[in-house]
Write a protein that binds this ligand. Sequence first.
Ligand code: PBG
Length: 322
Amino acid sequence: MRRLRRTEPLRSLVRETSLEPGDLIYPLFLCPGEGVRRPVGSMPGVFNLSVDEALREAEEAARLGLGGLLLFGLPEEKDEQGSGAWDENGIVQRGLRALKETAAAKKLVLIADVCLCEYTSHGHCGMVVETRDGWTVDNDPSLDLLAQTAASLARAGADVVAPSDMMDGRVAAIRRALDDEGCPNTPILSYASKFASAFYGPFREAADSAPQFGDRKSYQMDGANLREALREIGLDLEEGADMILMKPAMPYLDVIRAARERFGVPIGAYQVSGEYSMLQAAFEKGWLDHDRAILESLLGIRRAGAGFIVTYFAKDAAKLLA
Ligand code: PBG
């Protein structure tokens, strides 16, 4: 076996998996204001950005040849229903309209995350109601809000909408709203298989979206379940999802592989905040080699079967690959 490992050109010739800047999607957290570049404590190198700063990031992303951007928003105010999510003048809507004016946007796929948790005062991804047995996240009334959100983001210029809330039936509701509201060509990238994960911890600081009570286990999936993940994906595809996003990535590589083998649609994976932060922590301590660990973590996700990867390392990786 070692004959083919002898030199880099030989290794390169027989390499089975590729990693390219165009495979990578870079998440941005938009916030109100101007000239704002607020560091996220638990995610070194990640910032809350006002729209003007986000435009600069988009330029760099395009220059580096990244595949696209995934947009999240921190609204000025939150309420019970999360009305900032579908506000025509909401933070992501404004960001999209500004981005669309730039040359950079023509080279990037602008993906808008669709969820309520950054916009609700309680931090849950759907509507919270009181029942006899305590509070619950009410599925069906949430669908309307999510569908309105998706349509408003598409109208503002999102090339793709990506629901991450995990309500049942949301893909169908969103598809219907997009079709009815003049956006029949906007594809849906569904976070079909999203597990209730400890690895979202740092994101909740970045997006200010931690649930104020309880957890997300009644809507996000149990990490023990592979068959259920495949059912979730199958349902989302039946409802009209065009692509699926697997999340988190590293603890669920087997799920990505199984989905790749079962379904013919484009599949992305999200190397989530906790995966990023634990590597960053090890880099800060000098325990892992920064460049090699970044590329290896991403290559592993590609090898598992993901066509594209959402990662906070997108810019770093693109520079290493240049
Ligand atoms: C919104 C959403 C979350 C992430 C993406 N969209 C947080 C959550 O579900 O709690 C996590 C991304 C990351 O950790 O990087 N629902």
